[in-house]
Design a protein around this ligand. Sequence first.
Ligand code: ADP
Length: 520
Amino acid sequence: MKLKTRLVISFCIIIVLPIALMCGILFGYYHLHVRTAQKTYGIEESQTIFNNSVLVMNQYTRSDYEEMAELAKTEPGTLVSEAYLKGKNQELIEKRSFLIVRKGDEIIFNGDVYVQEAQETGAQSNGDKQDADAVLPMTDEEWNSVLPAYGYGGGETGADGGYYLSGETQSLLKQIDFVTPDGQEASAFIVTSSSSVLPEVKQLIAEIVVLVVLVLGITAIAMTVWIYQSMTRPIRKLQKATQNIKEGNLDFTIESDSEDEIGELTRNFEEMRQRLKESTEERVRSEQENRVLISNIAHDLKTPITAVKGYAEGLVDGVADTPEKLNRYVTTIYNKANEMDRLINELTLYSNIDANRIPYNFDKINAKAYFDDCIEDIGIDLETQGIKLTYENAVDDDVQIIADPEQIMRVINNIISNGVKYMDKPYKLIGIRLKDVGDFVQIEIDDNGKGIALKDLPYIFDRFYRTDSSRNSKTGGSGIGLSIVKKIVEDHGGRIWATSKEGVGTTMYFVLRKYVDTVL
Ligand code: ADP
């Protein structure tokens, strides 16, 4: 899973999960509190308990109201008995209400005073002041001024016999009118302060806030752990891998099936490790090749230098005492110097080839004329070495190729010099043929030398490759001649290959693309 998706999911979960949990919790709490309220206040209509606070207030004291209304009819004297009023008031206090009784114009019982007392003792015993704000510190006179007149409370208000007293008091009043045994009009009021409406709601809100914070906290922690774990494990793996690379150890693999960004990073890292390993191996190989080249060159230079030194000493010592001997000594020194020169040139060319710096001068040349001239020069040279050269040119007079004449000459010379170098027969033969093969001109150069073993044939164009037999022979060579030849032919857009039979001879083939004049 992609990190982005993971973050989106966790974000959604952080939002959705707490909402869902809160809904569940609220639902549970609602029912719990309704049940508690039902138990405490004897409320039946659980459906409306939180919907209509006036109704709720009304429900608080419904049974008390009914009881007192009944007494007003049957035993009105009880309603002025202090003992009864005190007892009832105490009951009402527990329901967040209190009792006021007015006889004529005088307040004969003010339960408000007991509310204050009860609140004070309650707050003290609880060690807090949670209900201190519910105190209604009103005197008898004040009550007298706000309470409705006798006979007012008979009507229904939609709140089951109660009505609301607005203004400072903010209370629900239930008025029970009665006539005292001594014939005076009196009213008992059950007062329920709106500030004390369902105090559990306050508690509920506080608990909900705590729960919201808790649920949010837990969800956030869970999501963070989920994302953190998905990131830390691969990061630790990558850390170990970088440590390995730092220590030069590239022989390990780091894998990841994960489709996220870190998985992609891990795969890229693995690719980088493989490339680094390849290039390190390549560097080691090339260093090894260079060492081989240096030792080959040192060996190949040593042979002619030893000869030059020997012949020069002979000259100094006066060993060459006849003009013929003198001539032979000087010629040998000259030939050996040439050999060294060729080797040094080969080395320079090799370093240029390695850096892709062969200076080509491509030109449009006539194939037939060019090869005729080349072979004429080579023929003279070979003749002096006692080698027979045969030459066939089957290419039309007008066939042209795009080539660097100097480099193609180098190719031919190199192949022929190998033919001469690896010649083991007394009757030495070199054959050159030119053929027209469609889009290409094919050049075939064969010799009747010692040939190349089948196992060596695929490698002779590799750098520094020398067959066992040529390594053990006295013929000089660095193993780079044919690799240069191959590079030059390929840089001309051609191809080179060889066939050979051990003890019989070798044939080298290469093709060069014909030049096609597109403008007719
Ligand atoms: P070298 O400097 O050793 O001649 P080359 O790259 O020119 O290097 O040739 C690679 C090897 O191929 C030689 O060492 C030799 O073993 C083999 N080889 C090339 N040409 C011939 C040939 N005409 N006859 C026999 N062996 C050959």
